[in-house]
Design a protein around this ligand. Sequence first.
Ligand SMILES: C[S@@+](CC[C@H](N)C(=O)[O-])C[C@H]1O[C@@H](n2cnc3c(N)ncnc32)[C@H](O)[C@@H]1O
Length: 205
Amino acid sequence: MSQKNQFDRVAPVYDGLSKLVFGSALINAQKKNLVNVPLSANVLVVGGGSGEILCDDLLNKVKHIDYVELSAKMLRKAKVRCNSAKVNFIHADIAELTGSYDAVVANFFLDCFDAESLEEMVIHLKSLMSPNAVLLVTDFKQPQMLWHKVLLASMLKFFKHASNLEAGKLQPIRQKLKAAGFNEHYLSFGLRGFVFTAAFKLVKK
Ligand SMILES: C[S@@+](CC[C@H](N)C(=O)[O-])C[C@H]1O[C@@H](n2cnc3c(N)ncnc32)[C@H](O)[C@@H]1O
């Protein structure tokens, strides 16, 4: 497997593993952020995996969702889970996408990349956002507790082996976004500070 971040192999077990280790904490942390999605928005969900975020709370609020997934198996699961005319399921590398969105949702996606690719990805996501758009991110943050450090190291090792994960370590995602010109206007933490949920807008020049 030479290509990076290939989640097809883990797609059948991804949700089960997540629930086993974290219960509902990860999806609950993501759902908290939906309050920041503007009404009738044109939304991009990038790397949404098996589609748990495509819940009624999001669907009822928005006009349209482009759901872009690199993994065909993850995308298939998302399609089965959510049969809505509002969602356009796109099997693609987000790097190939062009467009302009009112909201971009990137949950547990930016943690897939090493420092250089993360910077490139952030610039690309910026290019997909309309001037007043919001970027919603839920992801892991640098762990303080020993148990979280052990868990993070195990996850990185597992996904390196199973998905050829590019990231060798967790990048400081919020700091990188701020350095790239994003203003954080909403922030909360879950799992005793191991997970953050944040909403960003582009700083106006
Ligand atoms: C760690 S999983 C997170 C899935 C989901 N967002 C969640 O919270 O459970 C990362 C997802 O990003 C997708 N992905 C990775 N690189 C991608 C890319 N370049 N373009 C689109 N999707 C990508 C993977 O296929 C995978 O489903």
